[in-house]
Structures are given as structure tokens and as C-alpha cells.
Design a protein around this ligand. Structure first.
Ligand code: 5GP
Ligand code: ZN
Length: 114
């Protein structure tokens, strides 16, 4: 059984506030939000980060972005603007080794990092 926390959330073994789910991915609230709105968009396939992706993941990567847009629209933050962040590897600050997009919004984020 996987010890990865995002695999556990994606397959329902760990709770999270889920905003969207389909066969390919799940979007849920970050447990420690760095902005008024902070959602993680997570593929169900375990990929460590972007370094772990290849041509076969092209559709999945596009899907992650389009669902980020949909979640932002549904949360009514799309018009005011939002930030997408993907941390890759230890020098980026990646803490969870399962690829994820941070979707951040709800206040001025121009100089913020996560
Ligand atoms: P990273 O630094 O890897 O890009 O970001 C990992 C994010 O996952 C952090 O913002 C952190 O707050 C969030 N996180 C870590 N553990 C959990 C958890 O168990 N549940 C949820 N919902 N978020 C988590
Ligand atoms: Zn995983």
C-alpha cells in the first residue's frame, strides 16, 4: 500500500475537502492555506513531479490546467486573478513528492511564493 499522502487522498483513504474529482485527478483544499483560496490539483497517477512526466502525460498535464481554470471560475476568483505554482524538487520547496498544482487566489499575490 502506498504511503504517499496525496495517493491516499486521491483514492479516498484520507479525508480532504474535495472541490472536484474525475477519473484522472482530484482537487482539494490545502490543509495549511497560504492564501484565502488555496486548492491543490493532484493527478491520481503517482508522478513525483514534472521531472517524472513524459509525452504520455501530455493530456493529463493539460487536463490539470483546465481543471484549475474550472475550479477558479467556480470559486469566483477567475476574474480577479489567481496564481498557479508547481514546486519541483527540494530546492523549490516541494514537500510532498506527488505532482500537484497549487491554485492560489483571493488577495494580491503578485510577490508571493509557496
Ligand atoms: P509542496 O511544498 O510540496 O509544493 O506543497 C505541499 C502542500 O501540501 C502544502 O501546501 C501543504 O500545506 C499541503 N499538505 C500537506 N499535507 C497535506 C494533507 O494531508 N492534506 C492536505 N489537504 N494538504 C496537505
Ligand atoms: Zn502519490
Amino acid at each position: 500500500m502506498s504511503k504517499c499522502i496525496f495517493c491516499k487522498i486521491a483514492n479516498g483513504q484520507m479525508p480532504a475537502h474535495i472541490r472536484y474529482e474525475d477519473d484522472e485527478l482530484v482537487a482539494f483544499d490545502d490543509i495549511n492555506p497560504k492564501a484565502p483560496f488555496h486548492v491543490l490539483i493532484v493527478p491520481k497517477k503517482h508522478l513525483k513531479n514534472l521531472n517524472d512526466t513524459a509525452k504520455i502525460d501530455q493530456d493529463l498535464l493539460g487536463h490539470l490546467l483546465l481543471i484549475a481554470q474550472k475550479v477558479a471560475e467556480e470559486a469566483k476568483i477567475a476574474d480577479n486573478g489567481y496564481k498557479i505554482v508547481i514546486n519541483n524538487g527540494k530546492e523549490s520547496g516541494q514537500l510532498v513528492d506527488h505532482l500537484h498544482l497549487h491554485l492560489l487566489g483571493g488577495k494580491l499575490l503578485a510577490r508571493m511564493t509557496v
